[in-house]
Design a protein around this ligand. Structure first.
Ligand code: ZN
Length: 280
């Protein structure tokens, strides 16, 4: 019975690692075989076996993700975005977990657009850092990057909006939520609300009202966010930008209008916590 439960737990962890990181499940199987080849089953006690497997997986996962996946992904036409901003390239992951989970791979055009846009925004407003959220996995066209409905081919990226702290000071590389998602901007009282009647669990359009008070009380940096959206609709197409997804009230608020901006509809996540960018 205990053995069956152990296997069930192993399969759940394997599936979760695959969904979260694409390669984590395969690496777990590989590390399990290595530990078994060194310590045949039953040789170690339960605690020692669990520690050995955990350590072997963590070490192998870090080594493979750091050293092997970036060059192999490049052969597959995807590049790893830099995780931390540098003096020359002022963009990075909002949360380094995106890189640890291999969710920062894109086609080279996306990287080129990020490099150019972050440079121009930081020249216009010194200190500006563009922060990305989920991008794509390193391999396989069509592999789902859950919980997104898109992000399957390295040609999608989510970018965080910009925020100000209590004193009105710009906060580089920060957002209301630690992962960038779910810190929603609430529409103005007179804003048009196309999904007012459609907020059920099944619509995937979750307001998460209970979560909002626990997130950082930052205010949207309208100026920087409008500049980023403007760059994406005006300069972005040169780099392959083919569409942006934001909530309609965000476009109204920031005064950015373009035929490239569309609304995801009422059966997908809200986009007033980040902007989704599509590339051709
Ligand atoms: Zn997205």
């Amino acid at each position: 019975m205990l053995r069956a439960l152990g296997w069930l737990l192993y399969i759940i962890v394997l599936l979760a690692l695959t969904a979260l990181t694409q390669v984590g499940g395969a690496i777990l199987m590989f590390s399990t075989l290595i530990v078994w080849s060194i310590f045949p089953v039953g040789r170690l006690g339960r605690i020692k076996a669990l520690l050995s497997h955990t350590f072997a997986f963590a070490a192998l996962y870090c080594a493979i993700c750091l050293l092997l996946i970036p060059p192999v992904a490049q052969i597959n036409g995807r590049v790893a975005l830099q995780c931390l901003p540098t003096a020359r390239q002022v963009y990075g992951a909002l949360n380094p977990l995106s890189c640890l989970l291999n969710r920062h791979y894109v086609v080279p055009e996306v990287e080129a657009a990020l490099m150019r846009m972050s440079k121009e925004l930081s020249v216009a407003q010194p200190g500006t850092v563009v922060a990305y959220l989920d991008a794509g996995f390193p391999f396989v066209e069509g592999f789902p990057l859950l919980p997104h409905l898109s992000h399957r081919d390295g040609r999608d990226i989510d970018l965080a909006y910009f925020y100000l702290g209590g004193s009105g000071r710009y906060l580089p590389g920060e957002a209301r939520s630690p992962i960038g998602y779910f810190g929603f901007e609430q529409p103005a009282a007179d804003a048009k609300l196309p999904c007012a009647q459609e907020t059920g669990f099944k619509t995937l359009r979750w307001d998460l009202a209970w979560l909002q008070p626990y997130l950082a009380p930052y205010t949207l940096d309208d100026m920087r966010t409008a500049e980023m959206l403007t760059w994406l609709v005006l300069e972005g197409p040169t780099y392959g930008v083919s569409g942006l997804i934001i909530e309609p009230h965000m476009g109204e608020r920031l005064g950015v209008h373009s035929k490239l901006i569309r609304f995801q509809g009422c059966k997908a996540a809200r986009h007033d916590d980040h902007v989704h960018v599509d590339f051709d």
